[in-house]
Ligand binder design. Structure first.
Ligand SMILES: NC(=O)c1ccc[n+]([C@@H]2O[C@H](COP(=O)([O-])OP(=O)(O)OC[C@H]3O[C@@H](n4cnc5c(N)ncnc54)[C@H](O)[C@@H]3O)[C@@H](O)[C@H]2O)c1
Length: 354
């Protein structure tokens, strides 16, 4: 009997290099638009997903999290970390990988890098939410925090919402300069600003995407005028927020999954029963989104497992017939399912090093 693994043992694997190739092949703005549509489609069928707040393991310097969900046919999870101190050590704040599996057999059907994919899906989710919540005429966005996620956010708002101008600010001017240089050929008008106050001038959308493991105040109450949409990305852990609580009290607040957002989002600063609206209900028409020109809308984003599930499914679909994956010998799959040891034993002479 052959010691070679059967067909089912091979799991399509999308490496970082493959993901970069795939996204370039499709085009980054098209990927962001496609992902926004995939995520929106899954938000429309929200009730049928298994949902749980992510499983977080906190340390003094960061967090490592698992994010599972299932639609009954396909199961998915993401491993992701958040370590704000990492960039000072030449490492990324956020890294991730994820997996899809067949619910019927339990066999994995995709393993993928998700560091890039997380940046893409987070940006696509933000822009999809803004389509329902931001003023329709919004063309200028303030982008506060110019790290790894920032260019993806700017491009998603351009592709999905028609934003044409981004006003950048970061406490580290070199981050702003890098972000501006990366967006130079994007078709966006890019304005580098020296303060948060300057960045929000004339902006109808304010995105905060900073990393700091503490209660930060990236926006104070007096900075936020009526009618703006706030896309708050960086407050996504217990004890890690970006907005002054007074802003929350003046805003209509939209969230992904309340049991997770109440632990991790900006609303951890509020009473546990403070009214919030679930974004999926706005999408299905069961709840109102923006209903007034003067209303401040806040998408209190923390990132939810269903967004990763949608993104992985999109990748699984998009790699078919392309060279942007390899097949990993990942699952031990003996011809006789109960003869795992026999498979191991038969392999000995063939893999023995001479
Ligand atoms: N909501 C989600 O779904 C989601 C997804 C991914 C990442 N995140 C979060 O988004 C944040 C940004 O992630 P990243 O990968 O871009 O991190 P990053 O470390 O690459 O970039 C963060 C940037 O914020 C800047 N910054 C820190 N404090 C600031 C302040 N007070 N004012 C202005 N700028 C400030 C830093 O100088 C840095 O350039 C993180 O907190 C991360 O956890 C959220």
């Amino acid at each position: 009997m052959s010691p070679l693994p059967s067909k089912l043992a091979y799991v399509p694997f999308v490496s970082v290099e493959h993901m970069m190739g795939l996204v370039h092949h499709i085009g980054v703005e098209k990927v962001l638009t496609d992902l926004a549509a995939e995520i929106e489609a899954d938000f429309r069928r929200w009730p049928l997903f298994d949902k749980t707040p992510r499983v977080a393991s906190h340390s003094d310097v960061g967090v490592i999290e698992l994010m599972p969900t299932s639609d009954g046919q396909t199961y998915g999870f993401k491993y992701v970390n958040g370590h704000p101190k990492n960039t000072a050590e030449g490492l990324q704040t956020v890294t991730a990988f994820g997996l899809l599996a067949d619910v019927e057999s339990g066999y994995p059907k995709l393993l993928s890098e998700m560091t890039l994919l997380t940046a893409l899906r987070t940006a696509a989710t933000s822009a999809m939410a803004a389509k329902y919540l931001a003023p329709r005429s919004a063309r200028t966005m303030a982008m506060i925090g110019n790290g790894a996620q920032s260019e993806f956010q700017c491009l998603a708002f351009k592709a999905v919402c028609g934003v044409d101008t981004v006003r950048l600010f970061d406490i580290d001017p070199s981050a702003t300069a890098r972000c501006a240089a990366n967006l130079a050929q994007s078709g966006l008008k890019v304005v580098e600003c020296r303060s948060g106050e300057e960045a929000i001038e004339g902006a109808q959308i304010i995105t905060t995407c900073t990393a700091d493991k503490q209660y930060a105040t990236i926006l104070t109450d007096n900075m936020v005028g009526s009618g703006v949409h706030i896309n708050a990305i960086g407050g996504d852990c217990p004890g890690k927020t970006e907005l002054h609580a007074d802003i929350l009290l003046r805003s209509s607040i939209f969230v992904e999954y309340p049991p997770q957002t109440r632990i991790e989002g900006e609303i951890q600063q509020l009473d546990p029963d403070h009214a919030v609206t679930e974004l999926w209900q706005v999408i299905t028409g069961e709840a109102e989104g923006r209903n007034d020109d003067r209303q401040i809308t806040l998408f209190d984003s923390v990132g939810f497992a269903i967004e990763d599930f949608s993104a992985l499914r999109y990748v699984a679909k998009s790699i078919r017939g392309t060279p942007y994956f390899t097949r990993l010998d990942m699952i031990a799959d003996p011809d006789d399912p109960r003869d795992l040891f026999g498979m191991f034993q038969r392999a000995k002479p063939e893999i023995a090093i001479a």
